[in-house]
Design a protein around this ligand. Sequence first.
Ligand SMILES: Cc1ncc(COP(=O)(O)O)c(C=O)c1O
Length: 385
Amino acid sequence: MNFTSKQAVPWIKNLEPYNGGKPISEIASRLNLSEHQIVKLASNENPLGMSPKVKLAISQELQKVSRYPDGNCTVLKKMISNFHGVSSDQIFLGNGSNDVLDCLARTFLRKGVSAVYSKYSFAVYGLATISSGANSIIAPATENLEHSLSAFISSISGDTRMIFIANPNNPTGSYIKENEIRSFLRHVDKSILVVLDEAYCDYLEGTDFTNSIQLLKDYSNLFITRSFSKAYGLAGLRVGYGIGNKDIVSVMNSIRQPFNVNYLAQIAAITALEDQDFIIKSKLLNKQVMRELIDGLSTFGIRCLSSRGNFVLANIGENFKLENEPAGVKLFESLLSLGVITRPVRNYDLADWLRISVGTQEENRDFLNILPQALDLMAKDDNSN
Ligand SMILES: Cc1ncc(COP(=O)(O)O)c(C=O)c1O
């Protein structure tokens, strides 16, 4: 018998590969344009790129990539431990926070147990859960597509071992306040690990900002994940981390890949953490451009959900009724044909919606200038079908 895909573990047979934002290079070559003519608002990256200090630091370290990196990420762990006031052995480093989520699932989930996550939340929770052999339990969302913590609680079953909550959430941008998270943790049995995914927390501000790290003292079943891919602008280097009880971290370390955070990623993350002015600047820009984006979309009758991340979820189908295809998907295609990459969210069962990342002011203006043409194209295509 030949070795074929039929020998794959049966529980992954309906899984589909993660579909990320389309790369600029692919669209530029498809449209015969140069890369700088493409506007990418698809993957919630920092439109300012990385901090200039990080750029300098990694350029000075290039010659060292012939050596293996420190597999324990000692210096970076120390930096993160000082930054958050936790001990180094509470920190788990990953090749992006996706790697941390995957290691959590591989360590604690298996056939016969389940994980709970919300209907409209980050696709990797499903990927990690299902590939571990565990069952997914989908907690229904509120009418506004937000997380309902009471629905999470009532979704927990006797075999539930893990709960994933993104805060702020992707793709909706919704946010849960500190007091609600606290009360939720009080209601969850301590035998269930609550994973609070805070990939977008660097964009938060205001008095309702959750300092979730301090909750770790009271809840040994809380595990927080953070990312350097968003506000820190290091998506291409792949570095993220988790903070939790040291016992949990220790067992996860025994199954991770030996050098899962590469050398340049470690240097970049260390330097990026030191440059908090860059985060403040990025946050300010995000706030201003998000306002312009929401206002601009509203002039076309397009409503967005209120977002605490660096993206908005726009309801295209509400004002644009198409006969043949859901409006979110169709607008994504029309924009793509004009060199603007956004993110369709059909995989979240939100085919009438479109997720748009907050870019620079210039990228945002380009997007809003192209939008009328894309809307016309969308309507024409629909009529010609
Ligand atoms: C909610 C959420 N968590 C985690 C991630 C993964 O980020 P990374 O693996 O780049 O750290 C993303 C990426 O889009 C995300 O939206």
